[in-house]
Design a protein around this ligand. Structure first.
Ligand SMILES: C[S@@+](CC[C@H](N)C(=O)[O-])C[C@H]1O[C@@H](n2cnc3c(N)ncnc32)[C@H](O)[C@@H]1O
Length: 226
């Protein structure tokens, strides 16, 4: 919809596309990660396209609020939500069985992609799912209403004590692995197992690496505590 001033509308499109192109090029010059490229290129053209739809303004507020409830701490640097595949959940379940674990923690449980099936398959396993973002936490809680062995905690993973767990699982980000490694060394018991999905702990030697045949070709780095 071009409105009463079509030449202004077309001018705005031209400027938005030009801005997107220049911003994308500049992000390459600054060597930003490649995934910034489409964000820079499409941001302003998308804003103009949405404006032209003349949607009610409360829809934007609703979208921002929903995104805020899902990506709660991401603005201040926390790891965002992305989900493990069911193949990862199956592989973790096999490891937990092999370990004869009685206690398990998922640090940053998301919507429970790992904690929920694991708790469902092993009623004798005590599963603690730590999740800080309100909406994923609520979804995991709802998914666990009938699982008495799963406790879904709305708290920061940095505030939990890892000393009580036989196996700890995390799927976070390379940015936090050094800090997480320090927490694990201080708190986890000797003989217990830490599994990190996708991101190794810098300078640590894994006991084993499990390669999963899912879309991301996920690797599980398994570390035995000394
Ligand atoms: C990559 S997702 C992994 C979700 C889930 N573990 C899975 O494998 O599907 C990371 C999750 O960690 C949560 N998270 C990030 N920082 C956290 C923190 N400090 N405390 C608790 N949860 C956190 C995010 O909200 C997000 O749901």
């Amino acid at each position: 919809m071009a409105g009463p001033y079509p030449e202004l509308f077309h001018g705005a499109w031209f400027l938005a596309l030009l801005q997107g192109l220049l911003a994308a090029l500049w992000s390459q010059v600054l060597r930003q990660p490649y995934w910034w490229l489409p964000i820079h290129a499409l941001f302003l053209p998308t804003a103009i396209a949405l404006l032209s739809l003349q949607l009610p303004s409360w829809l934007y507020l609703l979208a921002v609020m929903l995104l805020g409830l899902v990506f709660w701490g991401t603005v201040k640097g926390d790891v965002p939500l992305f989900l493990s595949s069911s193949a990862v959940a199956d592989a973790v379940a096999l490891i937990v069985e092999r370990e004869k674990a009685a206690t398990f923690a998922d640090l940053g449980a998301g919507v429970g992609s790992v904690a929920v099936p694991l708790g469902g398959q092993n009623p004798l396993l005590l599963v603690d799912a730590w999740e800080q973002a309100p909406l994923p936490w609520l979804i995991t809680r709802w998914r666990c209403t009938k699982l008495l062995n799963v406790r879904v905690k709305r708290a920061s993973l940095w505030s939990c004590n890892l000393g009580r767990y036989d196996v700890v699982f995390a799927f976070l980000s390379p940015l936090v692995m050094k800090q997480l490694g320090e927490k694990i060394i201080h708190e986890m018991r000797s003989g217990s197992l830490f599994i990190s999905s996708s991101f190794p702990v810098p300078d640590w030697e894994p006991e084993s690496i499990v390669e999963i045949n899912d879309r991301r070709k996920t690797r599980l780095f398994c570390y035995r505590l000394q």
